[in-house]
Each structure stands twice: as C-alpha cells, then as structure tokens.
Design a protein around this ligand. Sequence first.
Ligand SMILES: Nc1ncnc2c1ncn2[C@@H]1O[C@H](COP(=O)(O)OP(=O)(O)O)[C@@H](O)[C@H]1O
Ligand SMILES: [Mg+2]
Length: 487
Amino acid sequence: MQETTLRGHYRIIQNLGRGGFSETYLAKDIDLPGNPYCVVKLLKPMFMQHPQALETAARLFEREAQVLYRLGSHNQIPRLLAHFEENQEFYLVQEYVSGTVLSKEFVSGEKWTQNQAREFLQDVLQILEFVHKENVIHRDIKPANLIRRHLDNKIVLIDFGAVKEITNMIENSQGATRIGTRGFMPNEQENGNTQFNSDIFALGMTCIQGLTRVPSETLPRSPEITWNKQGINPQFAAILEKMICNDYRQRYQSVNEVLFALNKLEQASNHKSWWQNKKAMVGLLSAVVILPIAWKLTNNYANIDTQNNSPTNLPISTGLNNSQNTATYENQSYNVKINYPENWLKNDVGDKTTGELARFSLLSSNSNTTNTSSNNDSPVELILEIQNFDKPVTLEELTNLRVNEITQFFTDAKIHESHFTKLKNAPDISAHEVIYSGKDDKTDVKRKAVWLVKNNKAYIITYSAPERNYDTYLTTADAMINSLKLH
Ligand SMILES: Nc1ncnc2c1ncn2[C@@H]1O[C@H](COP(=O)(O)OP(=O)(O)O)[C@@H](O)[C@H]1O
Ligand SMILES: [Mg+2]
C-alpha cells in the first residue's frame, strides 16, 4: 500500500492501524495546496464471494458515509472528505487530526486529576450529545478512539460506524455479533441489545482508566464494577458509578443527565471555594493589584508601534535596553509592512518557492546573552512568510495545516499554547498564535508563530530563538509581530 496514490489524490504515507476488516493509513492529499494530511481507511470485506453480499455492503457503505458526513460537521469529529469504492474495496478519507490518542497518553502521562477527569467528561459528553441527537450510537468509545488534539487540547472522537456496521453484517452472516472492545463494553451491548447509554458506560470506564490507570478489562465486574476511588471526591465518584452501572436501566439515561449532574457538582464546589478558600481570595486580590500595573507596563510597549503615523525611528524595547530605533520593511507586491529594530539584520529573501519574504536576525555582537551560546547556535530571528492558495481558506484550515506541519516536521515538537489572537495593526482580521518548542539541529528552540488569512493569502510570522533566550527578546518580537500592517 505504501507509495500508492489513490484517485490521483491521496498518497499513502504510513500505516496507522489494522483491524479485522480494515486498515487505516496516514496520507497526503497531493491535489490540494500545501498537500494537507488526511487519513484513509480501507474496508476489506474479504468474505464477499457472493455478489449479493457485495451489493448489500455497498449500500450499507453509502448509507454510513452519509451519516459520517453529517457527524463530521461537529468540530470534534473528523470531517469525512471523500468515500469511494475501488476493486470491491471501500475507502473513507477523513480529516487528519494532529494529536495524541488517549491510549498513548495513558501509558506515558500522569494520572488525571479530578479536574482533568471532569473536563474530559464534559468535553466528550457534548460530542456524544450531538452524536446521539443524530441517532447514532458510537459503540466503541475507548482510549484508542479518542485523540487529544494538539491545536487546543480538546478531545476528538474517531472510529465511527461504517466499518463496524459492515463488519457486523459480515459477522452476523457468520453467526456472531460483537462490536466494541472488552473492558469498555457493557453487558447489554455484549448481548446484542446496545442502548444509547452503552456509550455512557464506555465513557465512564475510559474516565476511570484516566484517573487510576488500571486497565479496564482487569476490573472485577460483579455485582458492580469495583475500582479504586481513593482520593476522589465521593460525589464525583458517585457520578462515575452511575455511568457504569451494569444494568442499563439503573444508569444515566441520557448524556444530558450526566452533564446536569456534573454541572451541579461544579457549581456546588465553586460556591464553596469562593467563600472558603482563602488562597483564592489572596490570589484574586493580588490580581486586582498587579494586573493594572502589568497592563500599564505592556501598554507602554504597545503604544510604541501603533500610535505614530511614521513607523520609522520608533523605539522598540528589547527588554534589554529601552531606546532602539526601528526601521520598516515593506513589500509592495504583497502589500505588507512590518517594523523591526535597526540593529537587527534584515534579509530581504523574497523567495517565491518557499514563500519566505524577509528574515530579521539579531546580530550576534548585539546579543548580550551570548556568554552561554556558541557560534553554531540557532539564531534569534523573526521570519515573515506568505502562502498563496488557489481558493479561499479559513483561519481554521490554515491553523490545521500549520500545526500539522509543526508537529510532523519539527523534531520533538511540543505545543505550549494555541489560541486566537488579534494584531494591533490589523485589528479587523482574526489571527492564530501558537507557541511551541522543539529541537533545531540539537539546539532547544522555542518559537512563537502568528498567522492570519486575507484574500487567499496567508501571512505567517515566526519568532524563533534558542529556548534560553526566548523570553529576553519576546517583547521585541511581540512589538514586531504587532506592527504587521496589510493594506
Ligand atoms: N482522523 C484521524 N486523525 C489522526 N489519527 C487518526 C485518525 N483516524 C484514525 N487515526 C489513528 O489511526 C488509528 C486507527 O484508526 P481507527 O479509525 O480507530 O481504526 P481501527 O480501530 O478500526 O483500526 C487510531 O487509533 C489513531 O491512532
Ligand atoms: Mg479504533
């Protein structure tokens, strides 16, 4: 399968998983600008000697694909991009989600705190609320089918129906039926009587594994499931308990019931901590005192590059010395302007193939921090790039593309922050900011990238510095980033 290109679009890159009747691959859509990643799922109905069975499978496949297209409109379910049949095999192409599957997080990460567990539940429950409203039962909620998205740390639910419905048909024809995974599957589902709240059971079991890290299939199941509740708030434990009752009639009947119970618990604890937690009060008081001071300080910097009509010769603070002159870089063909300190070196690259327009580097003789750095250290620099698209892209699509690139191609990439932002000189355009670190040729590097989209063009600014110097030049970099003007 490797090196195969399907339909002239999807170049297979690597295998992501293999089930009984399906294979999952990471692929690139070579027909789209930027060649975004996608996931290709191949359903392999090996049983189909009978033309009639193939026909039924094709019908089922078509029906399931329609459901998946609908479900994909939820932000935390991968969009289905295409579905097709080739050589009696069925293919689904879905959006690639850059993130970590919980089954991996459970091996390497720390046990969840109660707050993390509650946030997880609330996050997945609102996806399930949507799924159930669409009349779909997932049937296989478990850590391997939940991805924590790098972009915003939200949970994405994967591995829906189509394969399961079709494999189910196959298994039925062979006299057996079981969809789901041991350890996460409730009794009624095992007995072929799946309910909407079978998903609530599986979610509860997943959450308990997140809290305890004890494999679900090892928990004693009779008369009820026994798990270690030590250190867990009894009311929160009671909610989990009700999610995983063996008898589905004793369980929460709907996602809304669980959400309601969680919200009630949260309100009760907020109310308590507001009045009783002195630490919170002290913290709040200091915020009231400190925030206006911090705001004033940052505003002193912010005023520098926004309030003057002539952008040249404005001081930008480096955080080292306060009086530096600035110059302006302007690119007429892309209608873009940015200010930079005069003592940074401007390299007007204007590279049409890579999209890099200009690179501003701190001259090393300038660097007061070089006592620890050597000549072959990564530079402190800011890069302005442009990416052209044939058709309009949304900020969200661009963000997915960029974040995928970071996590795929930057060694040991770790995303620290990812959120929307606005630039001071382009206040009408939404932008996205990502702070990340990784290794650049063995040096630990930290970066802040900000991007925005206008008229089929993406403007991307990346500030990069060796990790230990990152904070020193951050104020300068922020002033440069905020001075970006599109006209
Ligand atoms: N949309 C996606 N984005 C990123 N990774 C995915 C996506 N879909 C699947 N994967 C990865 O591939 C693995 C297998 O995919 P899945 O749909 O769960 O198939 P199955 O469990 O039937 O083999 C997942 O555990 C996950 O690691
Ligand atoms: Mg799976």
